[in-house]
Design a protein around this ligand. Structure first.
Ligand code: HH2
Length: 276
């Protein structure tokens, strides 16, 4: 699977790592860089050197309980950064947003992939993403970040997430986005209890519709804290273990804060999956 990201190739014939770059003051993992563009570019270059296949820039924290930010504020956070990153990097830059206006402006600024935690359900998002002509990650989220962890409920989380992802792929295709340009993501931690997250991981294989690549974000997430008691800054071992399990189950893109360690885990898990 190879994706044309505004002229840069995202080659997922082997699973790749998406490096997280949060231009936020309040990200859950404490890695947000606020408005320090120079520090953010430096971190992105280090992630590229460590083997990241794509750098994901976000300007809105979607951690549980996070208040929404205005479109203007989100643009002010991500656009100057994308403008600096695109010429500085070889790999594509992705924009992590659920707002059509931000998608549009980010792609104009050079972003080559849209990563939407709301799976293009926002006003105008399907149309903007179709016109942008770049690949899109459609993620499952139940509810809104401000309230999603209040009382997540499913009859059958695996079946419901699978059906949601299939329906969003069909909606995107109907809006004119070719299927080959889509990835799906179960959205670990987005309106899910630890038990829901564990079930999704156990049955990860088969969650994506046929022919659509699976992307996952497990890095430093609360599931690791729930099982091990580790504080958010101490979740590297758990993050790496979950990345390997996800790739063994077929994930093609792994979103991670700690790129070098994740690249190793992903490469090894892939070789095991491929072994004769
Ligand atoms: N998780 C986060 C943000 N974006 N995108 C995808 N496709 N999958 C994920 O699991 C995912 C995501 C949350 O992590 P982070 O960006 O580190 O935190 P915050 O939202 O607080 O900035």
């Amino acid at each position: 699977m190879r994706y044309d990201c505004a002229g840069r190739v995202l080659d997922l014939t082997r699973p790749g790592v998406m490096g997280v770059l949060n231009a936020t003051p309040d990200s859950f993992s404490g890695d947000g860089l606020g408005g320090d563009v120079a520090a953010a570019v430096e971190r992105a270059l280090a992630m590229q050197d460590a083997g990241a296949a794509v750098i994901d820039v976000g300007g809105e924290s979607t951690r549980p309980g996070a208040p929404p930010v205005s479109v203007q504020e989100e643009c002010d956070r991500v656009l100057p950064l994308i403008e600096q990153l695109v010429p500085a990097l070889r790999v594509p830059v992705s924009v992590d947003t659920r707002r059509a206006e931000v998608m549009h402006a980010a792609v104009r600024a050079g972003a080559g992939l849209i990563n939407d935690v709301a799976a293009l359900r926002g006003l105008g998002a399907l149309e903007v993403a179709a016109a942008a002509g770049v690949p899109v990650i459609l993620m499952h989220m139940s509810g809104e970040p401000a309230t999603m962890q209040a009382a997540p409920r499913y009859e059958n989380v695996v079946a419901e997430v699978r059906a949601f992802l299939a329906a969003r792929v069909e909606a995107a295709v109907a809006a004119g986005i070719p299927r080959e340009r889509l990835l799906v993501d179960p959205g670990f931690g987005f309106g899910k209890t630890a038990a829901h997250n564990l079930a999704l991981l156990k049955y990860l294989e088969g969650l994506a519709p046929p022919g659509v690549a699976l992307s996952v974000g497990l890095s430093r997430k609360s599931l690791i804290g729930h099982v091990t008691g580790a504080a958010v800054q101490e979740r590297l071992p758990g993050s790496v273990a979950l990345a390997a399990l996800a790739v063994r189950a077929g994930a093609r893109l792994v979103r991670a804060h700690d790129v070098a360690a994740t690249v190793q885990a992903v490469a090894l898990a892939h070789e095991v999956a491929q072994a004769a």
